[in-house]
Design a protein around this ligand. Structure first.
Ligand SMILES: [Zn+2]
Length: 475
C-alpha cells in the first residue's frame, strides 16, 4: 500500500525588539544569567504588564507580508502550566482571538511555487531557561518575557522537503522584514512538527505525533523522514500510531517518546485580566504597510526582468537581502549584470563559503567587483589573471587596479612583442612544430601553454592564437 504523510509546522520566532514584550528589560542574547530581569518578567505580585507597541507592529508586518487577515480586535490569554522557568505559573499568549489568521507561506519545490496555508499567528512571551548541571539545576530568566510570534501552518505539507522549504522561505521573509534574525542555534527560530500518515487517497487524517527538539532545518527534515518511516512501519504491521510527543535524538537519528509525565497539559486558558484587548486601526496598518520592503519573490522577479540575469542565479542572489543589495550595488550602471552575478556567485560566495563566512564579512567592496570586470573588458587583464587578482582582492581588500599595477599584470597586447616570444618557442620545439604541420592541429594547445608560461599568463590569448596559427602554417 502507498502512504501519504501529512505535516503541519509550529514555528516560534523571537522578535528583534530592544525590550521585552511586557516590560522594559533588554532582549540582548548572551548576557550573564538573570541580569535582564525586573519585577514584571520575574512575576512578582502586584505588578502589571504593559504591551510593547513594536511587537504589535512586527506582527502586523508579518501579517501583511504573508497575506493574513489582521484582526482589529484581539486579546491576550493566560496559558496556565507549572514549570520552574515560568515565574508567573502562566504564560501570556493569545488563544481564541489571535492577532493574525489565514494567509500563507510560498515555497518553491520541484520548479514550482506552492502556497502553504496558515492557520494563525499569535503573540506571546517566552519562558526562561532551565539549565541542568551535575551540581544542580539552574534557571535563567533573561529570556522570560522576550516577545515571540507563533506561526501555525495548516497540516498541508506532504514531504520533509516541503517542510524544509517552508522553513527556509519563512526565515527569508522574517529576515527581509527585519523582525527576526532567524538564528536557529541561538533559538531565535524554533520549530515543532506534527506529522501523521494515511493510505494514499484517504481524506481523513491519521493519528499524529508531535516532534520536538530539532535545532536546524536539516534536523527537522531528518526527524520527519524518520518519523514518517516509523509510522508507516507501525501501520504495516497492523498496529496503531499512538498520539504522543516525541523528541528528536540527533546523535542516534531517531525520535523517542517523551515521558508521559512531561506532556499533555491542560492549560486552562482564559483572557488575561491585566491586559486590555488590543485594538488596531486602519491608519496603523497603512503606516506599517508603507514600511514593508520589497520581499524575496518580488526581488527575484525584478532581478530577472531588470538585469536580465538567469532565474536560478537571481534565486540565490535574493536569498539574503544583504547579498541582493551587494549585487545591485556592484551591477550599478554596468552593461552586463550577468557577468557581475557570475563573479559574485562562483568566486565571492566560493571564498566566503570556504571560510564559513557571510556576505557581511566580505573584504571586497561591490564597486571593486565592477572595476575588476571592467579591467577585463578593456583588455587590461585577461580573464584568467582576473581570477588571481580577485584572490588578492579577497585577501587584502585592495583595489584591482592597484593590484594589477603593483604586480605588473597588465595584459601583453603588443603584437611584435608576442611574435618575438612565439618565434623563440617555435624555434625551441621543432618536434611539436612537425606534429602540427603533419596535421595534428590540437598541438596548438601546447604552444599556447608555452607562451602563457613565458609571459606568466599575461599574453592576450586571442592574439596568441592568431599569431601561432599564422606562424605554424608558414613553411
Ligand atoms: Zn522585565
Amino acid at each position: 500500500m502507498e502512504y501519504e504523510a501529512v505535516i503541519g509546522l509550529e514555528v516560534h520566532i523571537q522578535l528583534l525588539t530592544k525590550t521585552k514584550i511586557f516590560c522594559s528589560c533588554s532582549t540582548d542574547f548572551g548576557a550573564p544569567p538573570n541580569t535582564h530581569v525586573c519585577p514584571v518578567c520575574m512575576g512578582m505580585p502586584g505588578v502589571l504588564p504593559v504591551l510593547n507597541k513594536k511587537v504589535v507592529e512586527y506582527a502586523i508586518k508579518l501579517g501583511l507580508a504573508l497575506g493574513c487577515k489582521i484582526n482589529k480586535f484581539s486579546r491576550f490569554a493566560r496559558k496556565n502550566y507549572f514549570y520552574p522557568d515560568l515565574p508567573k505559573g502562566y504564560q501570556i499568549s493569545q488563544y481564541e482571538l489571535p492577532i493574525l489568521e489565514g494567509g500563507g507561506v510560498e515555497i518553491y519545490v520541484d520548479g514550482e511555487y506552492k502556497k502553504i496555508a496558515l492557520e494563525r499567528i499569535h503573540m506571546e512571551e517566552d519562558a526562561g531557561k532551565t539549565i541542568h548541571r551535575p551540581d544542580g539545576s539552574y534557571v535563567d530568566f533573561n529570556r522570560a518575557g522576550v516577545p515571540l510570534l507563533e506561526i501555525v501552518s495548516k497540516p498541508v505539507m506532504h514531504t520533509p522537503e516541503e517542510a524544509g522549504e517552508y522553513l527556509r522561505s519563512l526565515r527569508r521573509i522574517v529576515r527581509y522584514l527585519g523582525i527576526c534574525d532567524g538564528n536557529m542555534e541561538e533559538g531565535s527560530l524554533r520549530c515543532d512538527a506534527n506529522v501523521s500518515v494515511r493510505p494514499k487517497g484517504e481524506t481523513k487524517l491519521g493519528t499524529k505525533t508531535e516532534l520536538k527538539n530539532m535545532n536546524s532545518f536539516r534536523h527537522v527534515e531528518k526527524a520527519l523522514e524518520y518519523e514518517i518511516e516509523r509510522q508507516i512501519e507501525v501501520l504495516e504491521e497492523g498496529g496503531k500510531v499512538e498520539q504522543q510527543t516525541r523528541l528528536w535524538d540527533e546523535k542516534q537519528g531517531v525520535t523517542k517518546p517523551m515521558r508521559s509525565k512531561e506532556e499533555s497539559f491542560e492549560y486552562r486558558y482564559f483572557p488575561d485580566p491585566d491586559l486590555v484587548p488590543l485594538i488596531i486601526d486602519d491608519e496603523w496598518i497603512e503606516r506599517v504597510k508603507s514600511e514593508i520592503p520589497e520581499l524575496p519573490r518580488q526581488k527575484l522577479e525584478r532581478f530577472v526582468k531588470e538585469y536580465g540575469i538567469k532565474e536560478e542565479d537571481a534565486r540565490v542572489l535574493t536569498e539574503e537581502r544583504t547579498l541582493a543589495d551587494y549585487f545591485e550595488e556592484a551591477a550599478k550602471g554596468y552593461k552586463e549584470p550577468q557577468t557581475i552575478a557570475n563573479w559574485i556567485l562562483s568566486e565571492l560566495l566560493g571564498y566566503l563559503n570556504k571560510e564559513n563566512k557571510e556576505i557581511e564579512d566580505t573584504p571586497i567592496k561591490p564597486k571593486q567587483i565592477r572595476e575588476l570586470v571592467e579591467l577585463v573588458d578593456s583588455g587590461t587583464i585577461s580573464g584568467k589573471i582576473a581570477k588571481s587578482v580577485f584572490k588578492e582582492m579577497y585577501q587584502t581588500g585592495k583595489n584591482p587596479k592597484k593590484i594589477v599595477e603593483e604586480k605588473g599584470l597588465v595584459q601583453i597586447t603588443d603584437r611584435s612583442a608576442l611574435e618575438k616570444i612565439v618565434d623563440e618557442i617555435i624555434e625551441k620545439n621543432p618536434k611539436a612544430v612537425e606534429q602540427y604541420r603533419s596535421g595534428k592541429k590540437n598541438t596548438i594547445g601546447f604552444f599556447v601553454g608555452q607562451v602563457m608560461k613565458a609571459t606568466k599568463g599575461r599574453a592576450n590569448p586571442k592574439l596568441v592564437n592568431e599569431i601561432l596559427s599564422e606562424k605554424l602554417e608558414e613553411k
